[in-house]
Design a protein around this ligand. Sequence first.
Ligand SMILES: Nc1ncnc2c1ncn2[C@@H]1O[C@H](COP(=O)(O)OP(=O)(O)O)[C@@H](O)[C@H]1O
Ligand SMILES: [Mg+2]
Length: 254
Amino acid sequence: MSKLNCENITKIYGDKYDQVNTKALNGISFQVEEGEFIAIMGPSGSGKTTLLNLLSGIDKASSGKITINNKNISEMSKNELALFRREELGFVFQDYNLLDNLTLSENIIVPLVLEKKTPEEIDSRLIRVMELFGIYELSRKYPYNISGGEQQRIAIARAVINEPSIIFADEPTGNLDSKNSKNIMKCFSKMNEELNSTILMVTHDPIAASYAKKIIFIKDGKLHSEIINKGNRREFLNSIFNCLVVLGGEGYDF
Ligand SMILES: Nc1ncnc2c1ncn2[C@@H]1O[C@H](COP(=O)(O)OP(=O)(O)O)[C@@H](O)[C@H]1O
Ligand SMILES: [Mg+2]
């Protein structure tokens, strides 16, 4: 059984009067297996964010079927979906979304507090993720006291702390310089390799994508091609550049 399965999904954005319609996704199907780390790439406006939003239940598909752990998310009520997302999915966004009036360790444990875990369980999981991501020394600080790269590491720790079935990330390095981006991507690799997290990440950054094990390219709302990382990140990066040249489009002029 795949972790996630999407079949022939489409998304049409329309205005109230259906005067202007945009077909953002046009018949996309693929599977995500347990432990995969997939990057989704494509030119600006190709539908990457739309795809991630549909797969993670942030927005509804116009047609098609999406199942996660064999549960059809398109058929869930609003409340069921909200609970499912809280319990089963993890999210990392471009702009961190930390709560300013909580310390960093309080930010990380929010998902566990919502699930009413015991203080012992919360403590042991917190220590584990803080060690894994090297953020121990940050725990008593507040979001406004630390850098963007550090904030994103906290956001990643928060996304993974309740051991979600899938972690969705939309341009997680979008606001970071190259050094911080690399640190963040190393955190994603650790999460994938040491916690066996399943990750689906949208990025337009070839270097960030080169940390994934597989890349799916989309163009004009359709799947275009995919490539697999055979273990050598330099070689993989070269293949990514080649694919982006073939893909063409705005934002990829090499
Ligand atoms: N909320 C929206 N309403 C109308 N059109 C949208 C909306 N969100 C995205 N679009 C359109 O859908 C297409 C795909 O957008 P998006 O998924 O954001 O692309 P990407 O993330 O690859 O840049 C674009 O043409 C965009 O203008
Ligand atoms: Mg986007």
